[in-house]
Ligand binder design. Structure first.
Ligand code: CU
Length: 508
């Protein structure tokens, strides 16, 4: 049955539409990302200590797999001084605990839904069988009498209260992450806290002399806004997330927070030794892009990139600053021996002014001997030959008024298949955009062949998300490996995604 965007019409009919959105900030008719301002007073920067995210312990293990279990439930977090914040978290925590996985060792993840709404879990960057990938209609329904899901997708695999996700980990080491992917409601559910790291390791990576132990730190960066009482606030049309989806048209371009959180703490600081550190950085924001830079600079190119969405690069790449869009990951080494002990080094966000122009601070507080190095060769990467592809496709990502954000002019419909790549084949996908969109394909990793003409500075290695600016075109080389079945590709600006910028491919 054809899925109508009934809810989108509700969204389009919401009160905010009475404000012509042409006046509310737009780029040639397209709504722009916009700050939803906090009512709470913004906390002082660099007072909170950076939380180091705890690693989830397996419930059990055998020769080939580790079993984990988490409940998605209401939790309470201390984010703003003197206030507590209700979050929706994996095990009640925001961000969720880190899952440490190993190549070729299966992870069995049982998730229990103790929230009042359906949830879906997606492992972003995972080469996952379709039944565990977190297709947006593969809901895990909440306890009690929740009304039947409003979408009618005959292929939906609806579970009740609990589901076991199986991750084969038949892929190279990489920084992955898990997050909610419920159709039409991903943006508010991730905003409330449903996201965490999944660090996949392998022998190749562990054998390198990179910074490790307490010198390897995962940083989940996101922006949020808060009410006077410390609650997370978001402009949902229906805050229960049980009825109408979406946000008023003013926020259809994307919701920005005015508080920058790292690992759940506002503008935190971290005490470091004057040695190399490895930071696995994830932009888990709904719609905010960052350009990360250091102050003081610490040389012309203080960031040494060693990895991307899909794991290690072939060789390190030095950067003056890092542009990171929603869902992208950067694996970076910063050498604090460039600074004197006693220095305070601010991680800036040059993409914004004011409070959002800063992210966190590193305080260089002690001297240590550095045992780590960054080898000139990190990994051997063999990309498929672009001259020997099996198919080429074009996808246009554009805003179409009441249809919302569309792909090839069409809003998401679980009942419509948009491409049938063959298992084991390689395709070139040409992506064209009208606006800034971070585009993500499930199941696969791809190589960026061109990005507005040529590969950009951040396009080395394997990617699963590509950030395209307004009017840009990219060609990506995509090997379809792993599994047959139905998967989605979509914009990872979560408001765009909820408002229909998603499509299907079926690997056959
Ligand atoms: Cu988008």
């Amino acid at each position: 049955m054809k899925h109508s965007r009934r809810d989108l019409l509700k969204w389009a009919g919401s009160a905010a539409l009475t404000v012509p959105w042409i006046q509310s900030g737009c780029l040639r008719g397209r709504p722009m990302p916009r700050i939803f301002p906090s009512r709470a007073s913004l906390p002082k920067a660099f007072e909170a200590l950076l939380p180091i995210l705890p690693v989830l312990k397996p419930k059990g293990s055998d020769a080939s797999s580790d079993c984990y279990e988490m409940s998605l439930r209401l939790g309470s977090a201390s984010i703003l001084p003197g206030l507590s914040t209700a979050v929706w978290g994996y095990n009640g925590s925001f961000p969720g605990p880190v899952i440490e996985a190993h190549r070729r060792r299966k992870v069995l993840l049982r998730l229990n839904n103790d929230l009042p709404v359906p949830i879906v879990n997606h492992l972003h960057g995972g080469r996952t069988a379709p039944e565990s990938d977190g297709y947006p209609t593969d809901l895990v329904m909440p306890k009690g009498n929740f009304p039947e899901p409003h979408m009618h997708d005959p292929r939906a695999r609806v579970a009740y209260e609990t589901r076991e996700y199986v991750y084969a980990n038949e892929q190279r080491a990489a920084t992955l992450w898990y997050h909610d992917h419920r159709m039409d409601f991903t943006a508010p559910q991730v905003w409330r806290g449903l996201a965490g790291f999944y660090v996949l390791r392998d022998q190749e990576e562990s054998s390198l002399p990179l910074p490790r132990g307490d010198k390897e730190i995962a940083l989940l960066i996101c922006d949020r806004s808060f009410g006077e009482d410390g609650s997370l606030t978001y402009p949902s049309v229906d805050a229960s997330l049980q009825g109408a989806m979406g946000v008023p048209m003013d926020y259809a371009g994307g919701v920005l927070g005015d508080v920058i959180l790292v690992n759940g703490a506002p503008w935190p600081r971290l005490e470091v030794a004057n040695v190399r550190y490895r930071f696995r950085i994830l932009n888990a924001s709904n719609a905010r892009r960052y350009e990360l830079a250091l102050d003081p600079k610490g040389g012309a190119s203080p960031f040494v990139q060693i990895g991307s969405d899909g794991g290690l690069l072939a060789a390190p790449v030095a950067h003056r600053s890092i542009q990171i869009a929603p869902a992208e990951r950067f694996d970076l080494v910063i050498d604090f021996s460039r600074y004197r002990v006693g220095s305070q080094v601010t991680l800036l966000n040059k993409a914004a002014d004011g409070p959002q122009g800063r992210v966190m601070r590193f305080d260089v507080v002690r001297q240590e001997r550095d045992e780590s190095t960054v080898p000139q060769q990190l990994s051997k990467i063999e990309f498929p030959d672009p001259a020997r592809v099996n198919a080429a496709r074009v996808f246009q990502f554009s805003f179409r008024g009441k249809d919302g954000w569309t792909i090839n002019g069409k809003p998401f419909d679980p009942g419509r298949m948009d491409a049938y790549p063959k298992l084991g084949s390689t395709e070139i996908w040409r992506m064209e955009t009208d606006f800034q969109h971070p585009l993500h394909l499930h199941l696969v990793h791809f190589r960026i062949l061109s990005h507005s003409g040529r590969p950009g500075p951040y396009d080395s290695g394997w990617k699963d998300t590509i950030d395209l600016g307004a009017g840009q075109v990219a060609n990506i080389l995509v090997p379809f490996l792993g599994y047959r079945g139905r998967y989605v590709f979509h914009c990872h600006n979560l408001e765009h995604e909820d408002m229909a910028m998603m499509a299907n491919f079926e690997v056959v």
